[in-house]
Design a protein around this ligand. Structure first.
Ligand SMILES: [Zn+2]
Ligand SMILES: [Zn+2]
Length: 139
């Protein structure tokens, strides 16, 4: 039963919640211009998992799909705008937006992509640290 899996991540409003049958093995920092615009941030934290490892616990009706380039969909919460994952539906991979995960478990940074488009240099990124502290809401 998927309901017995612990929640692994959620969007900002909490309407979209998911569990994972397998944790991502690595994360990528993507500095491409499309990711910058999609995240509204200097770079994107991408964590690929097999699609069957992703178990949506809540929020199916909130997920909106935007095809940012041919065959590639970026999926976000229509209530709060959090980017949740991206995928090419013809592949078996779902690429999580890793900052939504509650526990990053010192995910190794496997690569930085499109550094030529970087807004900020991140020279020594080796691991993402977890767990993320769940504290006071920030702006
Ligand atoms: Zn949301
Ligand atoms: Zn990118």
């Amino acid at each position: 039963m998927s309901e017995t899996l612990p929640e692994a991540g959620r969007c900002l409003c909490g309407g979209v919640r998911y569990a994972l049958r397998a944790l991502p093995e690595a994360v990528f920092l993507c500095h491409c211009r499309t990711c910058q615009q999609a995240q509204g941030a200097a770079f994107n934290l991408s964590a690929p998992v097999p699609r069957e490892a992703f178990v949506l616990l809540a929020g199916e009706g909130l997920l909106v799909r935007y095809e940012s380039s041919p065959g590639k969909d970026r999926v976000f919460c229509r209530c709060c705008g959090s980017p949740v994952y991206a995928e090419r539906p013809d592949t078996p991979v779902r690429v999580l937006r890793a900052a939504l995960l509650h526990d990053l478990r010192a995910l190794p940074v496997q690569a930085q992509l499109h550094e030529g488009e970087a807004l900020v240099a991140v020279p020594d990124a080796q691991f993402l640290q977890g767990p993320i502290v769940q504290g006071e809401p920030h702006e």
